[in-house]
Design a protein around this ligand. Structure first.
Ligand SMILES: Nc1ncnc2c1ncn2[C@@H]1O[C@H](COP(=O)(O)OP(=O)(O)O)[C@@H](O)[C@H]1O
Ligand SMILES: [Mg+2]
Length: 266
């Protein structure tokens, strides 16, 4: 996405810092995410990706800095308040009901997000009534879950469960969908399936993905941000980041002293 096509600013982090004792897990990070961007944060283990993610979603208060959502300072708001604003992470929705079917989980997720029913009412009345709803049927098809619609969640494969979690998040119609390592633990074909369904939302959904392995998401992401030791060392297109000497040194541990690199990535 070129600069001229960028949507409005949706998430902004300014000088965000998080310490665990002596360790500075996230060190004065500035970050900007625009509407409809499909962006990724990558970095080796311990780079600070999940901690940054937790700061953005409100699980930790930062020791310094601020988080803005659509220009509003949300630094001191709770994760629930951020979800209500439209900032959704799949992690917290991993509260699938494992003894219920796939379709009933989808119905519950939809109604929890859109209608203030009591949970009891949802269980007793809503599931049965809304299994045939257009929205539910459409999401089953998009996420290729029709064949397992009636299956209890605890009997799903990891890949199917991951797709269900993302489907549940998307049913809540979030403004920004945030996924921390959505591909972790998945087999090659399941990775293809998860990325395949996410791809259908490109252009109408802001997506922020945190991943350890860049190779899995390289052709999916429009923009890459590389973290290392709590800091952002590169931000830009995939090719630019690949060429960045600091990324080559820190992430791929390539000796770049000889070729100098062509670090076009900011
Ligand atoms: N709750 C915690 N308490 C203490 N140290 C933590 C905690 N969470 C993360 N860390 C440390 O902070 C650093 C960054 O971790 P993390 O954000 O999980 O990295 P990543 O997700 O990139 O692998 C690591 O050194 C990790 O050990
Ligand atoms: Mg992590």
């Amino acid at each position: 996405m070129s600069t001229t096509e960028l949507g409005a600013e949706i998430i902004k982090a300014v000088g965000v810092t998080k310490r665990f004792g002596e360790l500075v897990a996230v060190d004065r990070v500035d970050y900007l995410l625009h509407e409809n961007e499909v962006a990724g944060i990558i970095g080796s283990n311990g780079a600070g990706k999940t901690t940054f993610f937790n700061l953005v979603t409100g699980y930790y208060p930062p020791d310094a800095g601020a988080i803005y959502y659509k220009g509003e300072d949300v630094t001191r708001t709770t994760p629930e308040q951020r979800v209500a604003l439209g900032m959704m992470r799949t992690f917290q929705l991993t509260s699938t009901f494992d003894n219920l079917s796939v379709i009933d989980n989808l119905v519950l997720s939809f109604f929890r997000a859109h209608k203030p029913h009591s949970l009891f009412d949802l269980f007793v009345n809503t599931c049965k009534r809304h299994r045939k709803d257009e929205k539910i049927q459409a999401i089953l098809a998009t996420f290729e879950l029709q064949d397992v619609a009636g299956r209890e969640v605890r009997n799903l494969s990891l890949g199917e469960k991951r797709r269900l979690e993302i489907a549940m998040a998307i049913l809540a119609e979030p403004k920004v969908l945030m996924l921390d390592e959505p591909l972790a633990g998945l087999a090659e074909n399941e990775i293809k399936a998860v990325l395949g369904v996410l791809r259908r939302h490109i252009g109408r959904q802001t997506i922020l993905i945190v991943e350890h392995k860049i190779s899995q998401v390289e052709d999916f992401l429009q923009r890459l941000t590389v973290m290392h030791e709590g800091r952002i060392i590169a931000d830009g297109g995939y090719e630019e980041c690949l060429r960045n000497p600091e990324v080559r040194r820190s992430y791929w541990q390539i000796d770049v002293s000889a070729d100098g690199g062509a670090g076009a990535c900011a």
